[in-house]
Design a protein. Structure first.
Length: 68
């Protein structure tokens, strides 16, 4: 799911920036789920591993909206 941000990142670098709202909200969502998986009594590794890319891809997408 988060790999779909790659075309948006490319679009940002090509001078046609996308809206930062959706990647920002997705990044917050992935951060909350990662925190949930991390702070459980027994770490929920599938939840952590599947949401960490969302943090990075969302952050990179939001940053490239403003730095292009």
């Amino acid at each position: 799911m988060y790999v779909s941000y790659i075309p948006q990142i490319i679009s940002n670098f090509s001078g046609s920036p996308v809206s930062p709202l959706q990647p920002l909200v997705a990044m917050v969502n992935a951060t909350l789920w990662t925190g949930y998986g991390w702070f459980k009594t027994y770490k929920d590794w599938p939840v952590i591993i599947s949401n960490v890319p969302g943090i990075f891809f969302g952050l990179i997408t939001v940053i490239t909206v403003y730095i292009h």
